[in-house]
Design a protein around this ligand. Structure first.
Ligand code: HAM
Length: 439
């Protein structure tokens, strides 16, 4: 086979799959600890779900096509519109606040580069039906705890926090007309990658004069305290600042003050955010964002649903995986087989296969050599799969109803009746169901 996977798409060989599984099961564990429940939606959606409200950048990156029934469809590039639709459809009957999480695989036609591929897995945690800033504080704490769960701490990453409403109000104060606000915000977002000269050109193109542009550039460097002093006269701005101050107090109360930093340079690319926005970044800023989210109060109504407030974040597996590899936080291989059943002659093969089956029924993992190779080679095979125990059945054992045992770690050997071996092996109901595999 000469063909390779498409650019930006990954083959998950077992060692890569192990890291993916480690990441996804960690996500599920933390989300459940916060009382979120899991949901999923379709990977293919009507195109208009994204063209309506996600914003230009994501629409440019859509994998979209016309299906055989003539429908314009797209592979999901993000989960938020699906969530908004699903919650909207049942909003009346769901107790509020709704706290849901999901672990979708998402598709974006981006230029593949370090930390950005054309598919990725993304933990989404969202809260619907809550306006209190305590919801923001819980959500950012959850995102922080996801990274802490994997062994990262405040020296490795930081949550940069800003507020779309505050940025909009400050831009308006600086002289940006209302009908240009969206473009100005999108320019601010892109300026992180494009630089200040590019931003000045964009703002000039949006009709801003030199003084206004200087004010916009200046806003980005302000601390919350400075803003409170400068804009204390405006009720709306004071209100937005007060809310942010409450948020930081709640982070402090959770002992997470070192994980969060106010940073008005951040506005986020997606169009639907209406309040606090945040992103998690590796401290030095070398890597792309690990996580991003915020409040999006108007989205459910904009998609034709009830007018419910909402907030959430998406946290991807790509940058997180790179960071874990860099920091040596990827767990060692742990796949092992409990028992390897060895048969001495071809005559014992049916007995060996039967024994493997009985062990599996009791919840143990068991393997055997398909062909009757020499006993020495079967022991080597047991070693290769990391078996804890080798169980040997030869002609005498078969005749006497016994087995020989070897502890593969200590080398200790023994001889026991088959019935004892099976009684000792735990019954099936002593083993809880393994957690569900991700899609
Ligand atoms: P986003 O900022 O577009 O937000 O993506 C969130 C995270 O997904 C990023 O920080 C990054 O870790 C990961 N990610 C995004 N695109 C790629 C890519 N091409 N390759 C690898 N990783 C990627 C959203 O998607 C929002 N829907 C999040 C949200 C949920 N807001 C509210 N609720």
């Amino acid at each position: 086979m000469k063909s390779s996977s498409l650019p930006g798409f990954r083959d998950f060989y077992p060692e890569e799959f192990r890291l993916r599984q480690h990441i996804l099961s960690g996500w599920r564990e933390v989300a459940r600890r916060y009382g979120f429940i899991e949901y999923d939606g379709p990977p293919l959606e009507p195109l208009e779900l994204y063209t309506a409200k996600s914003g230009d950048e994501i629409v440019e990156q859509l994998y979209s096509f016309t299906d055989k029934g003539g429908r314009a469809v797209a592979l999901r590039p993000e989960m938020t519109p699906t969530l908004a639709r699903m919650v909207g459809g049942r909003a009346q009957s769901l107790p509020k606040p709704i706290k849901w999480f999901s672990v979708p695989q998402l598709f974006r036609y981006e230029r593949p580069q370090r930390g950005r591929l054309r598919e990725h897995f993304q933990l989404n945690m969202d809260i619907v039906g809550e306006t209190d800033v305590a919801a923001e504080a819980e959500l950012v704490a959850a995102a922080v705890d996801v990274l802490r769960h994997f062994g990262l701490d405040e020296t490795d990453f930081v949550a940069r926090v800003s507020d779309r409403r505050l940025v909009s109000l400050l831009l308006r104060e600086a002289g940006v007309e209302d009908d240009r606000l969206r473009e100005a915000i999108s320019a601010l977002d892109r300026s992180e990658r494009q630089g200040d000269d590019w931003l000045v050109d964009r703002l000039t193109a949006l009709g801003l004069g030199e003084r206004a542009i200087e004010r916009v550039l200046g806003i980005r460097e302000r601390s919350l305290a400075e803003l409170a002093r400068e804009y204390g006269g405006s009720d709306e701005i004071s209100d937005a600042i007060g809310r942010l101050q409450d948020f930081f107090r709640l982070m402090d109360a959770q002992g997470l003050a070192d994980y969060v930093a106010f940073d008005l340079r951040l506005v986020r690319g997606l169009a639907y955010y209406t309040g606090l926005v945040f992103e998690l970044w590796e401290r030095s800023g070398r890597l792309r964002a690990i996580c991003g989210g915020g409040r999006y109060d108007g989205l459910l109504a904009a998609l034709g649903g009830p007018d419910l407030p909402a907030l959430g974040f998406g946290l991807g597996d790509v940058v997180l995986g790179e960071l874990l590899k860099e920091k040596g936080l990827v767990p060692e291989a742990s796949e092992r087989v409990d028992d390897f059943v060895i048969f001495v002659t071809a005559e014992q093969r049916p007995a060996a296969i039967r024994l493997a089956r009985q062990l599996r029924e009791r919840g143990r993992s068991a393997a055997f050599d398909y062909r009757g190779r020499t006993v020495g080679r079967q022991f080597r095979a047991a070693d290769q799969v990391g078996a804890s125990r080798a169980i040997v059945i030869g002609p005498e054992e078969e005749r006497d109803g016994t087995v020989s045992l070897r502890d593969m770690e200590t080398g200790a050997e023994g001889h026991v009746p088959l019935t004892d071996l099976l009684t000792e092996a735990a019954p099936p109901d002593a083993h809880p169901e393994p957690p569900p595999q991700e899609a």
